[in-house]
Ligand binder design. Structure first.
Ligand code: ADP
Ligand code: TYD
Length: 198
């Protein structure tokens, strides 16, 4: 099973990805818990450039996320799925579509096409979108903001609305979750959705 979590920064998706991976392991399944950008040495190096490096053009940013994803899919995600393992990934292609395609205005279709090309069309079976008002999410934020987190309110509302429209466009893959509830309540809803698929 390949499952991804999406949402604006600080919506609580990493917390949910970890809770789900823990539950799947308790159920006796072998799980790869991973994140984007990252998950392989090449992708982690790209992460450093894209989040903590110099300013860059929107297409340079989109291409770097896609490069990290290409390596991550071929060297970590696809091999795990081929071994019959579950993969739980914190962010995936939908993040590029929402942040670069819609947030940066590069175009939803063009960014999706780039990413389907570099991943040879690998899409998750389920994508959980943790919905939280971007202002509320930012109140949860702590520490030094990275290059993307320093963006203004307009960018955040475009990304938030972008995710919502993706969920509406692909209702068979997306499950939306109310991120304002407690972590345990949200995790239980995730488990309810996945139990029939185990
Ligand atoms: P993300 O991966 O979306 O950036 P995290 O899971 O890292 O978000 O959570 C961001 C912050 O909010 C952390 O401090 C985390 O402990 C807290 N948090 C996570 N889930 C919830 C929740 N359901 N309610 C309140 N706070 C939460
Ligand atoms: P990360 O620290 O993982 O943020 P979070 O824990 O809040 O998800 O940083 C990832 C950042 O990169 C986040 O701001 C979203 C952004 N991003 C994109 O813009 N496009 C992408 O394709 C991906 C995977 C992430």
């Amino acid at each position: 099973m390949f499952v991804t979590f999406e949402g604006v920064d600080w919506s609580g998706k990493s917390t949910q990805a970890a809770l789900l991976a823990g539950w799947l392991a308790e159920e006796g399944r072998t799980v790869l818990l991973t994140r984007e950008p990252g998950g392989t040495p090449v992708a982690e190096a790209v992460r450093d450039v894209v989040l903590h490096g110099h300013d860059m053009t929107p297409w340079a940013e989109a291409a770097l996320y896609a490069a990290a994803r290409a390596d991550h899919v071929e060297h970590a995600i696809r091999p795990a799925l081929e071994r019959g393992e579950d993969v739980v990934c914190d962010r995936y292609i939908d993040s590029s579509v929402a942040y670069q395609g819609i947030g940066r205005g590069l175009g939803e279709d063009r960014v999706r096409e780039l990413n389907l090309m570099v991943t040879r069309g690998l899409l998750p079976e389920r994508t959980f979108l943790v919905l939280l008002d971007p202002e509320e999410a930012r109140r949860r934020g702590a520490g030094q903001p990275d290059r993307i987190e320093r963006e203004g309110d307009d960018f955040w509302s475009r990304v938030h609305e972008g995710f919502r429209s993706l969920a509406a466009e692909f209702p068979e893959r997306f499950v939306t979750l109310d991120g304002s509830r407690s972590p345990d309540e949200i995790a239980e809803e995730v488990r309810e959705h996945l139990r029939p698929l185990l």
